[in-house]
Design a binder for this molecule. Structure first.
Ligand code: COS
Length: 385
């Protein structure tokens, strides 16, 4: 489908596609098998300026917006959903700073992040606070000119490899979601400790670990925005990042589909290519139709965000839910089309299926997304729609 991308967007998409197919795809199976963070590829991404995409020009960024991030994440994820996450996870970690940081904070951190010399990570989730994000127990206590952080964040994407951590912690544990605040914490700060590295089903090239704060003392000026506004910063961050997760799911679905159709054309049974059987054709038709519908929704939402729309929580959640469910269905059907070979690690099909699953879970489960969408709808209709 022609989305009438601008010339710059087409060039960016092409560059990302060539890089993904030339550098990410050939190494995907090995990083997956070793569960190793792809530093060499990430350094190359930085050299090619991909980390500048979502950062404004005044801070050495490219200002390519959510659409730029989405186009690149889609291409990278076609090749490897885990490797793509080094980029998308850094964008997620940067959003609180972009939305709540002062000019001084932005000048200090954004150019370094734009150059890819440092990665960012977002620390919200805790062992006892997943879907119920307001239940976080990590505290930040103001003592003189410093905050002292204590608590455990887990399942942190880019944990242990990032230099900057945007952290949501309670400055007033008695006030529920209104008692949370956002901070930036630098790798190397005393009391910032990396815990258990997770051994995951999929996206194994992505670094995921616990980030623990043990009397971690940070300067007062590392507060992002105002005290008590941390939960809102977290929610707005997720609203902004969900089209990116959706693009990851879209890329995984498209990558799985590309393999499935190639295989269906070359695999012969009963004396003919299996692509000539209607049973396979209908699967391919459904896969392609769902993928295109997802792409249309993600691109439209990204354009809406980049155009300055203020309230896009509903559409972001719709992108994430539809893309993740599609990635799961399409990658499962891809394995089905490959048959027994699809179940074996010698072929790329099973990796797409493993990588797809997380997109229904992280950055808010698909059940939470449906709840967010319903909440928006009910509020809207209560206003006399
Ligand atoms: N933008 C701005 N403000 C928002 C908001 C948004 N998207 N969502 C909620 N808020 C505000 C509300 O308006 C409310 O403000 P007031 O206190 O002034 O009334 C406040 O935040 C609390 O909102 P709410 O009562 O809806 O919060 P809940 O505790 O019920 O939680 C959900 C709501 C479930 C949506 C939230 O906990 C959530 O998103 N959970 C999933 C977390 C997640 O995605 N985790 C994965 C992280 S991986 S990086």
């Amino acid at each position: 489908m022609n989305y009438f991308l601008s010339e710059d967007q087409q060039a960016l998409q092409q560059l990302a596609r060539e890089f993904a197919q030339g550098s990410i795809a050939p190494a995907a199976a090995e990083y997956d098998q070793k569960a190793e963070f792809p530093w060499l590829i990430v350094k190359e991404m930085a050299r090619m300026d991909f980390f500048r995409l979502w950062i404004p020009e005044e801070y050495d960024g490219m200002d390519a917006g959510i659409m730029g991030l989405v186009l690149v994440t889609e291409e990278f994820s076609k090749a490897c959903g885990g490797t793509a996450l080094a980029l998308a996870g850094s964008a997620l970690g940067t959003f609180p700073l972009l939305m709540a940081g002062t000019d001084e904070q932005k000048k200090k951190y954004l150019p370094v992040l734009a150059g890819g010399e440092a990665l960012a990570a977002f620390c919200l989730t805790e062992p006892e606070a997943g879907s119920d994000a307001a239940a976080i127990q990590t505290t930040a206590k103001l003592v003189g000119d410093h905050y002292i952080l204590n608590g455990t964040k887990h399942f942190i994407t880019n944990g242990g490899v990032a230099k900057y951590y945007t952290v949501i912690a309670k400055t007033d544990p008695t006030r529920g979601s209104r008692g949370a605040s956002a901070f930036i914490v630098e790798d190397g700060t005393e009391g910032l400790v990396y815990g258990k590295k997770e051994d995951k089903m999929g996206i194994r090239a992505s670094a995921t670990c616990e980030v623990v704060f043990q009397d971690c003392k940070i300067p007062r000026e590392n507060l992002l925005g105002r005290e008590g506004h941390g939960f809102i910063v977290a929610m707005k961050t997720l609203d902004k990042s969900r089209p990116g997760v959706a693009a990851q799911a879209l890329g995984i679905a498209q990558g799985a589909f590309d393999h499935a159709i190639k295989y269906a054309r070359t695999r012969h049974q009963f004396g003919q290519s299996i692509a000539s059987f209607q049973a396979i054709q209908f699967m391919l038709a459904d896969m392609a139709t769902e993928i295109e519908a997802v792409r249309a929704l993600i691109y439209a939402t990204s354009r809406m965000i980049d155009a300055g729309e203020k309230d896009y929580g509903r559409e972001s959640a719709m992108c994430k839910v539809m893309a993740a469910d599609t990635a799961m269905r399409v990658s499962t059907d891809c394995v089905q089309i490959f048959g027994g070979y699809g179940y074996m690690k010698d072929y790329p099909a099973e990796k797409y299926m493993r990588d797809a699953k997380i997109t229904q879970i992280y950055e808010g489960t698909n059940q939470i997304q449906r709840s967010v969408i319903a909440h928006h709808l009910i509020k809207e209709y209560a206003g006399g729609h």
